[in-house]
Design a protein around this ligand. Structure first.
Ligand code: TRP
Length: 333
């Protein structure tokens, strides 16, 4: 008999356009993850409104992001892909968890402190209780693992603390999930500031998945190379951060090794190298962009994907929610 797969869950905020750093980093490894685990992926739209947003942008980004994930290889037949706000059980459980999370604990969250420093005019209650909603997102599916980046570690820890606390009072209701250090892939740096990670907040150094080939080429042609006198294509992240980043991108896009790339461009200088990396990236992203565009033109299909996803998610989430409601003493309907 086939062994039951472990359960993995991840939420992604539809707050920006996906870029090359996302793709060559974690995203690329997700198709392998759905083979190994039973995966739940959702667009965390509820989380985005802790900061003011433009409604039309949230809608567009949520749909685009679903299409992009499918185009990147997340087969919706093989995982549960849905939109957080379509499954009301998340917010229903969040209220219960609000009542089992302490003011002091939430006050110590570094993300809350950072975000309230940056948005002093809008320190709302949602920003403060954000970790409770995230804990609900997680615990409601009883996952074994939650993949975490550095910025979300503390949120997974508080989720575990709340689960342990709740279980201590009511018996084993929640599985206590483990953080999962996902394969990160390449750590892609900004094209015009190679000491910082590629990010949408530095758009000139950032290549978006949906960008036109000519724009991608322009960004690569303008990429910062290093001011050392050697001017040769050699991987050395200390001495040559800009060129090394480009070698890394070329390698990730084509599957070639650093040595092969160095040999290919020996004696050719940066003027030939930069457009070659651009072309490699254009070719690597082309099928993803085309598939995303095709999917976005087929709204009926996308609707069917997220409706089915929400139904499957709601079924599992409902079971946990009913158990929790019963344990805390709410009169059954
Ligand atoms: N807070 C996460 C982020 O900003 C998104 C998120 C919401 C999430 N709920 C989650 C991630 C549950 C993992 C599990 O990136």
């Amino acid at each position: 008999m086939e062994q039951q797969k472990k359960v993995m869950l991840s939420g992604i905020q539809p707050s920006g356009d996906l870029h090359l750093g996302n793709y060559l980093g974690p995203l690329r490894h997700w198709p392998e993850m759905i083979e190994e685990f039973d995966c739940y992926f959702f667009m965390a739209d509820l989380h985005t409104i802790t900061v003011r947003q433009n409604p039309a942008d949230i809608r567009r980004r949520t749909l685009t992001q679903i299409a992009q994930y499918i185009a990147c290889g997340l087969d919706p037949e093989k995982c549960v892909l849905f939109v957080q706000s379509h499954v009301p059980a998340h917010t229903q459980l969040a209220w219960v968890l609000d009542c089992f999370t302490m003011f002091g604990e939430l006050s110590r969250m570094t993300q809350f402190k950072d975000k309230s420093a940056k948005n002093a005019e809008n320190i709302n209650a949602g920003l403060f209780t954000y970790p409770c909603l995230m804990a609900a997102d997680i615990l409601i599916y009883q996952p074994d693992f939650v993949p975490v980046g550095e910025d979300q570690k503390q949120h997974v820890e508080i989720c575990r603390d709340v689960a342990v606390r709740f279980n201590g009072i009511y018996g084993d209701v929640f599985k206590v999930p483990e953080p999962y250090i996902a394969k990160v892939g390449a750590r892609i740096m900004s094209l015009n500031a190679p000491e910082t990670k590629m990010s949408k907040s530095l758009p000139e150094g950032c290549v978006f998945l949906m960008e036109k080939p000519e724009d991608i080429m322009r960004k690569f042609k303008r990429a910062v190379t290093d001011s050392d006198t050697e001017r040769c294509v050699r991987y050395d992240p200390q001495a040559k951060p800009g060129v090394s980043n480009l070698i890394q991108i070329h390698a990730a896009a084509t599957g070639k090794s650093y040595e092969v790339i160095e040999a290919e461009f020996e004696g050719k200088g940066y003027g030939a190298f930069k457009p070659a990396v651009g072309e490699a990236v254009v070719e690597c992203l082309r099928p993803i962009r085309e598939e995303t565009e095709r999917l976005l033109a087929d709204k009926t299909y996308l609707e069917q994907v997220y409706r089915t996803g929400a139904e499957r998610a709601a079924y599992v989430a409902g079971k946990t929610l009913r158990k929790v409601y019963k344990k805390v003493g709410f009169l059954p309907q």
